[in-house]
Write a protein that binds this ligand. Structure first.
Ligand code: 2AM
Ligand code: CA
Ligand code: CA
Ligand code: CA
Length: 259
């Protein structure tokens, strides 16, 4: 960290992601090994594990003292956001990866002393990397992304998780009815990309830190609000129902949560 600039770290990590993508495509030539974690909808493949192992090794070489919170490893040991903390979601949208071989992402984020520094979301099949942070701006590959227009919920599409919508938790039905339409993708990373590109006004879902860490860096840099669904600051070490939305849509959705 002392020696490498943020620009250098960004360039280095983009090369790691290309290497990870090559690994994914190599693995896809053989049968996947699929295991259940907590149940039949919560799956992990050999590819999730191999990609995480690859990225952990790279981080350890670049920043030997940094903490690493990755989905497929013993992430519970990290209890504080002091110093450099990396988040890894090796395959985001594992079910999509297994069933569709499409709409899945690889995500990485770097925080220092709880401050968002850099984030990366790779749309693997489209081969785009969304990257940057407060000091670099937000980019899709080599193209700088503008700040999305502040569109209201009524005038925009909302990305939601299917399970929360059918359970109608956190007023998800009302959110859906107020919007111009609901889109459900099955990958947090790909949903966040829609918000980042201004194609959706927001995305809400129950998530773990590796699901939202990269997106929080990128979205906040471009003036999209990222909080708990009741408008509170997110704890980067806990699972939360996260809302990312334009200022107007954010206000409308948070208001629905009031008793
Ligand atoms: P994952 O594929 O990395 O697990 C849709 O399932 C989205 O919600 C995906 O981005 C998925 O990430 C995330 N998600 C978070 N917790 C989940 C869980 N317990 N089961 C399935 N998906 C989960
Ligand atoms: Ca998972
Ligand atoms: Ca995920
Ligand atoms: Ca994952």
């Amino acid at each position: 960290m002392e020696t490498a600039t943020l620009q250098e770290i960004d360039t280095t990590v983009k090369a790691w992601l290309q290497e990870a993508r090559t690994l994914v495509y190599q693995c896809m030539q053989n049968d996947l090994t699929v295991e259940q974690k907590t149940g039949r909808l919560d799956l992990v493949t050999n590819v999730d594990k191999q990609v995480e192992q690859l990225l952990r090794g790279k981080i350890k070489t670049l920043m030997p003292t940094a903490k690493i919170i990755g989905e497929e490893n013993d992430h519970g040991q990290i209890k504080s956001m002091v110093g450099a903390v990396w988040f890894i979601d090796p395959i985001d949208g594992t079910m999509n990866f297994i069933k569709q071989r499409d709409d899945f992402a690889i995500m990485l984020a770097l925080y220092i002393d709880n401050q968002p520094i850099l984030g990366w979301i790779m749309d693997v099949t489209k081969n785009h990397i969304y990257h940057g942070g407060p000091q670099l701006g937000v980019w899709r590959d080599d193209e700088k992304l503008p700040v999305p227009a502040d569109i209201t919920l009524n005038d925009g599409l909302i990305e939601l998780s299917a399970s929360r919508l059918v359970a109608n938790e956190m007023h998800f039905e009302e959110i859906a009815k107020m919007s111009s339409g609901v889109r459900i993708i099955g990958s947090a990373g790909i949903s966040f990309i829609k918000v980042l590109e201004g194609k959706a006004v927001g995305y809400a879902s129950k998530m773990k830190p590796w699901d939202f860490a990269a997106a929080k860096v990128l979205l906040e840099t471009n003036k999209i609000l990222v909080t708990t669904i009741d408008g509170k600051e997110i704890d980067m070490l806990l699972s939360s129902t996260v809302l990312s939305a334009t200022a107007s849509a954010h206000m409308q959705i948070v208001q629905l949560q009031q008793p």
